[in-house]
Design a protein around this ligand. Sequence first.
Ligand code: ATP
Ligand code: MG
Ligand code: FE
Length: 361
Amino acid sequence: MIVLGIETSCDETAAAVVRRYDDTSGDERSGQGEILSNVVLSQIEDHAAYGGVVPEIAARAHVEALDGIIKTAMAEAGMRFDQLDAVAATSGPGLIGGVLIGLMSAKAIAAAHDLPLIAVNHLEGHALTARLTNNAPFPHLILLVSGGHSQILLVKGVGDYERWGTTIDDALGEAFDKTAKLLGLPYPGGPEVEKAALNGDSKRFALPRSMKGRDGYDFSFSGLKSAVRREAEKIAPLSDQDIADLCASFQAAICDILADRIDKALVTFSERFPEKKEPQLVVAGGVASNKAIRATLDTVLAKRGAKLVAPPIKLCTDNGVMIAWAGAERFALGMSDPLDAPARPRWPLDKDAQAKIGAGR
Ligand code: ATP
Ligand code: MG
Ligand code: FE
């Protein structure tokens, strides 16, 4: 089956074509996939001057770019629309203007070429990517850490998730970006903080480890960011070394918090699924490209006999492949959506949280 996927929920305009080998093909590749094209246009430069994503600028940029991006993705895959089996688009959660633009385009293609539409939850796209890249079997854990989300999820099957933990304030990428901004580093801040931290002393500042040791699997990052601000104000004006030390201390605190939460989730996972001899933790989201965080996760997982599954970085950040693939996985199970499928600014993955905001499928 061949699926076009469209992603416009934040600041990347993206489209991709993916093939999924049918479960019934008898082929050893059945259930596996292949990327036929992957086109991503980042809007980072449009937003950099504002220190964050500006929704209206993002929506306008999606309008301008999307048709060309879809055409390029189809051409690079060597496909015509009538050769597709389905078209998938992010229908939430995300910035509503962008989501509407991608979803409307997908609906137009579906209507014009009589194709099924798959309305994909952006988080499900992140969650299922590791099945395309690493054949990750169900059930597994996922740590999703991006500019808009910080969650620990149990992935039981397609459309079947339990959210174990989430941030009670800032998302982790947001904490990196805000911390960078207050230290005078450019946007997006994550990679800048990581770079500065390489030359810093992670023990110079004693920063809080919020939620560490607490029940449950939730995160909190805004106190940490405020603590960095207080320390910075005490020693201002900041030298390059001060900035490096603050970044290193901030990143060390983040690693400590993640290690604590993930270790706890692994223990629970093994209690619930004792037959899984080597539990897998999938990481996704832009923050997952941070090398200090990856090294920390490696250590925690090794201690518990678990394995870190990290899709290539360009598939961890927002892209069309993840949406095409999630669409293909859903369509293979007979799921598709009507042409009036809504765009949803908020759309939690797990059913309990969906029920709370009345947003079930
Ligand atoms: P979402 O996917 O939740 O809608 P998003 O599109 O902002 O949000 P991504 O594109 O996946 O998320 O990731 C961007 C975030 O990742 C930014 O906050 C950025 O600072 C952060 N980030 C990128 N690289 C690194 C890094 N090396 N270290 C820490 N953070 C990073
Ligand atoms: Mg992004
Ligand atoms: Fe994302």
